[in-house]
Design a protein around this ligand. Structure first.
Ligand code: T4K
Length: 366
């Protein structure tokens, strides 16, 4: 059977059916129903946050955050990410300014941010890529010095902690993705976390057309609400989150043990002070006897589908090429060498061994 890069976590069928049964009684399927309210309450407890708003997907949560902060101008971000990050900035009428990443964990290089700041800069949008935590302390120092907003693309980092604190507590806001491919899913879904009531009100208005009641519309909002079936899936999956992360950790560690100390293979570094959610398993093939594309091919020949997340860089996509500033040599180098290996809670450890054997076997197109 094929092994894909990930496999959605799902609750037992009966558990989900039990959760959605009431919807056949109430016929209330969306517009901040009972399930949305329950899901938001559970999320607030889990993250220890007061101001959270559910969205139909992570991308729209990100766009709505940019709008809620009324950002107009340049946003410093990284191109080593899913294209959603850059698209959200551009679709909201802002200009992305691409900063390079660091070699240690592929997040924004905090030593290169300041040189990109000018009078048009309004915000920094760092990405906790692969669930790796950005240098949140240094980023905040820079933001404070230049009076910039910080909105984290935390799509990959749901439930992670840094120095014992929820990752959502850093910066002005964070966006988490609850897409089917994530550590935690509500089929599709996203969460915006902000630090004050006013911004929360703004987000809630924006995601529901800007209407306050049947007779009053006070904002030119869109529609980005999560529906009740999504929320019910989130509620069910949330019960299993801890266990799922434990299982992912075992898979992650199995890779670490199998691939450590191999010349030319750079495995993920465990970050100090971080409680990880083990989102992705990115490996860099650098002067290994096979290059990244050859490993991808070797795995594919064995019906195993790894992914080249995040190649190409977003700034190199046709729609962005040569349009925005991007002096990003490290990001370009990493993007050409990285492969994310299959990782999900139910991946068998002997399948991990098999994947590693294929990678380590000298047979194939050298
Ligand atoms: N910011 C960042 C940094 C992000 O990574 C993302 C999303 C966003 C923002 C935006 O958040 P959302 O609006 O999506 O909530 C996937 C996901 O669609 C996307 O959510 C994710 N990042 C991105 C990194 O990966 P694809 O095009 O690679 O997905 P796809 O369809 O090829 O699926 C990958 C594998 O996942 C499949 O081979 C099998 C498995 N899978 C997939 C689906 C759709 C399942 O097991 N179940 C499923 O339902 O983009």
């Amino acid at each position: 059977m094929s092994i894909l890069v990930t496999k959605s976590s799902m609750p037992d069928f009966d558990e989900y059916i039990e959760e959605i049964k009431v919807l056949w009684e109430t016929h209330w399927l969306t517009n901040n129903g009972e399930k949305n309210r329950k899901f938001e309450k559970l999320l607030k407890e889990l993250l220890n946050e007061d101001f959270v708003s559910l969205f139909t997907n992570g991308h729209l949560a990100l766009e709505n955050l940019i709008s809620a902060f009324e950002l107009k101008g340049e946003i410093i971000t990284t191109p080593f990410t899913f294209v959603s990050t850059t698209n959200a900035i551009v679709r909201c009428g802002c200009k992305p300014v691409f900063c390079d990443i660091n070699k240690q964990n592929y997040t924004i290089d905090v030593n290169k941010i300041e040189e990109l700041i000018n009078e048009n800069t309004v915000a920094i949008m760092p990405v906790h890529v692969y669930g790796n935590v950005c240098n949140v302390e240094r980023i905040q120092e820079i933001a404070d010095k230049y009076n910039l907003k910080v909105i984290y693309d935390a799509a990959h980092a749901f439930s992670s902690k840094y120095k014992g604190k929820s990752i959502s507590s850093f910066g002005d806001a964070s966006m988490f993705s609850f897409h089917a491919t994530k550590v935690f899913n509500s089929i599709e879904g996203g969460l915006a976390v902000v630090q004050d009531q006013t911004k929360l009100k703004q987000l809630n208005l924006q995601k529901n057309f800007g209407i306050v009641d049947a007779l009053n519309c006070v904002e030119i909002g869109g529609n980005a609400k999560m529906n009740e079936f999504q929320a019910a899936m989130g509620i069910c999956n949330l019960k299993h989150l801890k266990n799922e992360i434990e299982k992912r950790k075992k898979v992650f560690n199995q890779y670490q043990n199998n691939l450590k100390n191999v010349y030319g293979i750079v495995i993920p570094k465990i970050q100090e002070d971080v409680e990880s959610n083990y989102s992705y398993y990115p490996v860099i093939f650098d002067n290994y006897c096979f290059d990244r594309d050859q490993i991808w091919e070797k795995l594919k020949e064995n019906d195993i589908y790894s992914r080249k997340y995040f190649y190409p860089l977003t700034c190199d996509f046709e729609c962005y090429k040569d349009k925005f500033f991007a002096n990003v040599p490290i990001a370009r180098d990493i993007a050409s060498k990285v492969l994310t290996l299959p990782l999900y809670a139910d991946l068998e450890l002997n399948d991990v061994d098999r994947i590693c054997d294929i990678i380590l076997s000298k047979k194939g197109n050298m």
